[in-house]
Design a protein around this ligand. Structure first.
Ligand SMILES: [Zn+2]
Length: 238
């Protein structure tokens, strides 16, 4: 292979690897945010259960105050009993007492319902707490994995950039400039392989004369369609 062409093929391999590493690095913050969001969702579930439990307790305390108020009324009725003079007054008093007792039964029923609700909320809170603890553990593991991936990618990128600095010295300035311009214009692919007379980057069939020229791999030939620098590689049967 023409030495310049070989150097460009090697350069493209380095740039493709570096591009993949940079893309993955660019994706990492989103992956990190997703980890935080998962923990935040689990925390929100716990918070919602705690709020619900606090509301339940407040409602129960209000009912308990109602019961205490009814008890006070009932005690007062007992005092009145002694002062009652007529049967009519006595019947009226008994009626009031029965009414207060029925009211108390109804409020106590509400308290029981709140207690049952509290049991259910407490069970959900326990599950949410466990889920949060699990989410935090998973997040730690995932954060560590991302941190080591970032470290590996940074090292890989540094190695590729170092190797690239060496590789560009074997390409003359004008050719390198053309290569780098193509790299920018053609989504980081300046050099494309040709298989079966087709440019694998743009999938356009080459003219026979061009295909012949590329097949020799002895000069810099650009694709008529996408302008990428072409080289030939016999397709390995898979
Ligand atoms: Zn092409």
């Amino acid at each position: 292979m023409n030495p310049t062409l070989a150097a460009l093929v090697a350069l493209q391999a380095l740039d493709t690897a570096a591009d993949a590493a940079r893309r993955r690095l660019a994706d990492l913050p989103a992956a990190e945010r997703e980890i935080e969001a998962t923990v935040a969702r689990a925390q929100a579930d716990v918070d919602a259960c705690r709020t619900e439990l606090a509301e339940n307790q407040a409602a129960r305390r209000a009912f308990e105050k109602d019961v205490a108020a009814i008890d006070t009324r009932l005690a007062r009725f007992d005092d009145h009993k002694a002062a009652v003079k007529t049967n009519q007054e006595y019947t009226a008093l008994l009626h009031e007492i029965a009414g207060a007792k029925a009211e108390k039964d109804a409020v106590e029923e509400q308290i029981l319902m709140k207690l049952e609700e509290a049991d259910a909320i407490t069970a959900r809170l326990k599950a949410a707490d466990a889920a949060l603890a699990g989410a935090k553990r998973d997040a730690d593991t995932a954060r560590q994995a991302l941190a080591s991936e970032r470290q590996a990618l940074d090292a890989e990128l540094a190695r590729l950039e170092d190797e690239r600095r060496g590789a560009v010295t074997s390409v003359e300035a004008a050719t390198l400039a053309r290569y780098e311009q193509l790299l920018k214009q053609r989504r980081m692919i300046a050099v494309a392989v040709v298989h079966a007379e087709v440019c694998e980057a743009c999938h356009v069939r080459l003219r026979p004369a061009i295909a012949q020229q590329v097949r020799r791999n002895d000069s810099i030939v650009q694709c008529d369609s996408c302008q990428r620098i072409l080289y030939f590689e016999a397709k390995v049967a898979s």
